[in-house]
Design a binder for this molecule. Structure first.
Ligand SMILES: [Zn+2]
Length: 349
C-alpha cells in the first residue's frame, strides 16, 4: 500500500508543492530516546524523504515509559536498528540511515552539513552544545529541546540574523551531572513526548517555510502547572550572522576517557581506585564499592582526590561519571569513567 498524505496536503500552506518539498528533505535526528521517538514517528509519517538517526545506546526496559517506539522484547538491541525497523513499517518510502555511534567532535560538522536540518534529541548538555556549535559552523538550522523532571525547554537556531544560538545565551556549556538526566532525575513519559512532538512540528515548519518558528526566543514549559513562559533570547551583540562570536573550532574528545569493564574487580586489578559519584541515597539503596564522592562535590573542586592515584569513576548509567571524569582530567587528574555505569555491569554479568 502507498502512503497517503492527503490530510496534510489539504492544508493550504502545504499542498502538493509542500509535500514534494518534504520528500526532498534530509533531516538528522541526534538521539533515539524520549524526544527522538515522537520526532522520528511524526517525520516519517509526514513523508520526510531521508532521516538519519544517530544513537550509540541499546534499549533498556526502563526506557519504555517514555520511548513508545520500542517494545519490551527489544531490550538489549541498539535503538537505531529498532527505530529503523519501526519506521520502515510506518512508512517504507522514507529512507532511514541508522548510525549506531555517538555524535562526537570528529563527525558532527560533516553530518550536520549533510542535512537540511538537525534535531537535537540528546539527553546531555555536551551533545547539545556540540550540535549547536556544529550547526553554527555548518550554517544549518537546528531544533533543540531538553527535559528536566516536569519541565521542558524548546529553542531553534537558524543561520541568519536575529537567531540566538545556545552559546549566545550560555557561553560556557552547562556541565553534565550538575542537573540530572532522565536516568537519574526521573521523568514521566509524556514530558519528553510532548516536547518531541513540538520539535517535529517546528522541523516541519522550517522545512516548509511556514509559521514563525520561535524566532529568537526560548519557550519554557512546566507540566505540573501547565504554564508556558517565553523568554527573549537575543543574539550576542558581537555575533556576525551566520557565525556566533563564541564559537571557534570544535574541541576533540579524549579517546580513552571511558572504559568498559567486566567487573569492578577488573578495575582493582588494573590498579585503579574506584570512586562512586552517585548520591548518598543511591549508594545506600545499592552499595557498590570504593570511595563515595558525589558528582557535585567533584565538579565544585572539593573532592578529596590525589593527583598521583589513578581513578575510575562509577555511577548508575555512566553519564555523571563521564562528566566528572572530564572535569577532573581538565584539572590534571589521572581518571576515567566506567562506560554504561553499574547498569551495564549488571546487564553483562
Ligand atoms: Zn551564538
Amino acid at each position: 500500500m502507498e502512503p497517503d498524505y492527503s490530510r496534510q496536503i489539504a492544508l493550504k500552506e502545504i499542498g502538493p508543492a509542500g509535500q514534494a518539498l518534504l520528500e526532498r528533505s534530509r533531516v538528522l535526528v541526534v538521539g533515539a530516546g524520549g524526544l527522538g521517538s515522537p520526532v522520528l514517528q511524526y517525520l516519517a509519517g509526514a513523508g520526510v524523504g531521508s532521516l538519519t538517526v544517530i544513537d550509540h545506546d541499546t534499549l533498556d526496559p526502563s526506557n519504555l515509559h517514555r520511548q513508545p517506539l520500542y517494545g519490551l522484547e527489544d531490550a538489549g538491541r541498539t535503538k537505531v536498528e529498532l527505530a529503523a525497523a519501526a519506521l520502515a513499517k510506518l512508512n517504507p518510502r522514507v529512507r532511514v540511515e541508522a548510525r549506531a555511534e555517538r555524535l562526537g567532535p570528529a563527525n558532527a560538522v560533516d553530518l550536520i552539513a549533510d542535512h537540511d536540518l538537525t534535531i537535537d534529541c540528546s539527553d546531555n548538555f555536551r551533545t547539545k552544545f556540540l550540535v549547536n556549535d556544529a550547526a553554527v559552523l555548518a550554517a544549518r538550522p537546528a531544533v533543540f529541546a531538553s527535559v528536566y523532571q516536569y519541565e521542558g525547554q524548546l529553542q531553534v537556531y537558524k543561520p541568519d540574523p536575529g537567531h540566538a544560538c545556545l552559546r549566545c545565551l550560555w557561553p560556557e556549556a552547562t556541565a553534565d551531572g550538575v542537573v540530572g538526566n532522565c536516568a537519574e532525575a526521573g521523568v514521566l513519559g509524556p514530558v519528553p513526548g510532548a516536547l518531541g512532538a513540538m520539535q517535529a512540528m517546528l522541523a516541519l515548519e522550517i522545512l516548509l517555510g511556514i509559521g514563525t518558528q520561535l524566532r529568537g526566543e526560548v519557550l519554557l514549559f512546566d507540566f505540573q502547572r501547565f504554564s508556558t513562559l517565553s523568554l527573549r533570547a537575543p543574539r550576542h551583540h558581537a555575533c556576525d550572522a551566520p557565525r556566533c562570536c563564541r564559537i571557534g573550532a570544535i574541541e576533540a574528545d579524549d579517546p580513552d576517557l571511558e572504559v568498559r569493564l567486566a567487573s569492578l574487580d577488573e578495575a582493582v586489578a588494573r590498579g585503579w581506585a574506584i570512586v562512586d559519584v552517585r548520591s548518598a541515597e543511591e549508594v545506600a539503596a545499592r552499595p557498590a564499592a570504593g570511595i563515595h564522592c558525589p558528582v557535585a562535590q567533584i565538579l565544585s573542586g572539593e573532592a578529596p582526590l590525589a593527583r598521583d592515584v589513578a581513578y575510575v569513576l562509577i555511577c548508575a548509567t555512566g553519564k555523571r561519571s563521564l562528566a566528572a571524569a572530564r572535569a577532573l582530567r581538565g584539572r590534571g587528574y589521572s581518571v576515567r569513567s566506567l562506560a554504561g555505569g553499574l547498569a551495564r555491569l549488571e546487564r553483562d554479568r
